[in-house]
Design a protein around this ligand. Sequence first.
Ligand SMILES: Nc1ncnc2c1ncn2[C@@H]1O[C@H](COP(=O)(O)OP(=O)(O)OP(=O)(O)O)[C@@H](O)[C@H]1O
Length: 317
Amino acid sequence: MAISSSPSWAPGTAIVGKWRGNRYIVDRLLGKGANGIVYLVHREGRREKYALKIGYDTLDLQSEINVLTSLQSREKSREHRGGRAKKPSRPAYLLEADDDQEGGFPFYVMRYVQGSPPHVFLRRKGRSWLGLIGLKLLDRLCTLHECGFVFGDLKPENIVVSDYGEAELIDYGGAGPKGRSVKQFTEWHDRGFWNAGSRSADEGYDLFAFAVLCLRLLDEQGLKTAAAGLPQTRSVDDLLKLAVRLPDRGLSSWLKLALKGGFPSSREAREAWKTRVYRAGREAMRHDRVATPGWLVGAFVLSLLVLAATLYWMAGF
Ligand SMILES: Nc1ncnc2c1ncn2[C@@H]1O[C@H](COP(=O)(O)OP(=O)(O)OP(=O)(O)O)[C@@H](O)[C@H]1O
């Protein structure tokens, strides 16, 4: 069923599931996209917040639900194996799916991810946080790949970073099974746009998009200029040049490999990121934290000299 006009729900509205009977109260609108509208909600009588997505198209929504169901069951079995069956470490990927009792609109309820997009986060906290954010994102991609899916449309708008640097993927509308064609992509992040490979859903496709994401976060102007080139001359070399320009050698070499499709799997890419980018960045952060700025050392020496001169002068009396 395709929905031409979806309902606009005001805060306080109760959405009642037709089949399962659960009631969700709308707190506010979170956002609108090509595939649906997302609201912040809570279950009636409970405090936990969730994101509820109402879709424009039942089939599109169902494919997102399939991905979230796989992630959910994988997380469950992982926690079960780890002996944490009683208390899940994170809220569920997917709480439930149902149709709205009133209008029959399909919806699903997922974990609410609170935070800001990565470019906003990095502007506030500093670029050295890219190592941690990247590691968390690669964790999410590895999990998704191990479930047999590829994310597809990896871009800043589909990432939320919490205040502690936990990065989460939102919007699984572009995700699909490995081996098929990528169904939803965004020009700059798309391997095909750069004539750097096919649009078939493989792990390397997401790693390529991830590498472009890093370039975009660190050198958006450079990426914009490169993307303005003629479609027939545009190539991965344009991106490699941007990667070479980065001052962080470890990051630069990681990006080059990802852009060239050199990682055999996302798991290996993640391990390489951890040693070459994340750990190296952590060392730099630690150093920044303990190193005393030069001006402070100068001011301290000056105050010692003033003190010595004062004592000398007083001793003369
Ligand atoms: N789980 C979530 N937690 C918090 N906010 C969310 C969540 N899911 C979606 N949002 C917000 O709702 C907006 C729209 O959701 P979403 O991106 O899933 O819709 P879409 O129709 O698939 O969008 P697009 O046109 O980008 O494909 C997002 O940009 C984000 O701001």
